[in-house]
Design a protein. Structure first.
Length: 280
């Protein structure tokens, strides 16, 4: 029977630290759920929960053989889970590493950022008009050296002319992705991982690669369809299609400025606190 007095006693003994502890744990579970949502890990978690329920029922009902099998399977299965969930664990750790506490500002100022965005947008629009397929990856906090090594190094200043020439059909570098780091085109013809998501049959390898790379890191992928000339952006494993030049420019500026802004509210408060100490 429910004991209301016991509940009141527990509530009375809750301290601010207990509340903070509960909030932290709840936040961690929330972020974990958001990370695995709509991925294969979500189905695996459901399967594990079902096994745990069956295990508890077998213990309560006295099904000793079934309980022994499940218990020993789970003990060995912990190692298997680490292997199975390796992509999700990597994604979670990278997400933690991209915290504002570890962020670095890639562009010296807004003028440099706008220049790069302008050149990418001009190239995307021109390639779209000529229905030339293209895949441009803008690096952010997560380094892309692994993928740079798979392509041909260029290290050229970002310009619409360079980007358009790279993707001209039947040229040596047109097949693959271009990786942009700050104001430099660091490599072309780079090989990227393909997404395992079920995507529309209308989407080709470029779009699957754009989704795949943004599933594993915080890069921004700009894709131009060879068949339709449609411009798309992929961020965080999600592909959004149908951009024109004006909208593409606005979205890229907003995303990059947001992700490179280190001077957040918490940092402002710390700076203000330190300045007050120094003035005393």
């Amino acid at each position: 029977m429910f004991d209301f007095n016991s509940l009141l006693s527990i509530i009375k003994h809750i301290t601010p630290l207990n509340i903070i502890d509960i909030c932290i744990v709840a936040y961690i579970f929330y972020k974990l759920f958001m990370l695995i949502q709509k991925t294969r890990a979500e189905q695996l978690v459901k399967g594990i929960i079902l096994i745990l329920v069956v295990m508890k029922l077998s213990e309560v009902l006295g099904l000793l053989t079934l309980y022994w099998i499940i218990q020993n399977t789970l003990t060995v299965g912990l190692i298997a889970l680490i292997i199975i969930f390796q992509p999700e664990l990597r994604k979670a750790l990278e997400h933690l590493g991209r915290s504002k506490f570890f962020s670095k500002k890639f562009f010296e100022d807004d003028e440099e950022l706008e220049k790069v965005v302008d050149e990418v947008v001009i190239a995307a629009v021109n390639l779209s008009n000529s229905k030339t397929g293209a895949l441009m990856i803008i690096e952010q906090d997560t380094g892309l050296n692994d993928y740079v090594e798979s392509g041909t190094k260029i290290d050229g200043l970002v310009s619409s002319q360079l980007l358009e020439n790279i993707f001209v059909e039947n040229t040596p570098l047109h097949d693959g992705a271009v990786i942009i780091r700050r104001d430099r085109v660091v490599a072309a013809s780079c090989v990227l991982p393909l997404t395992e998501q079920m995507v529309s049959k209308e989407l080709g390898t470029r779009h699957r690669a754009a989704i795949g790379i943004t599933e594993t890191c915080d890069a921004i992928a700009v894709v131009v369809s060879e068949e339709t000339g449609t411009i798309s952006i992929s961020i965080n494993g999600k592909l959004i299609r149908g951009y024109n030049g004006e909208r593409l420019k606005k979205v890229l500026n907003n995303i990059i400025k947001k992700n490179t802004e280190v001077d957040t509210t918490i940092f402002k408060r710390v700076k203000l606190w330190l300045s007050k100490i120094n003035n005393k």
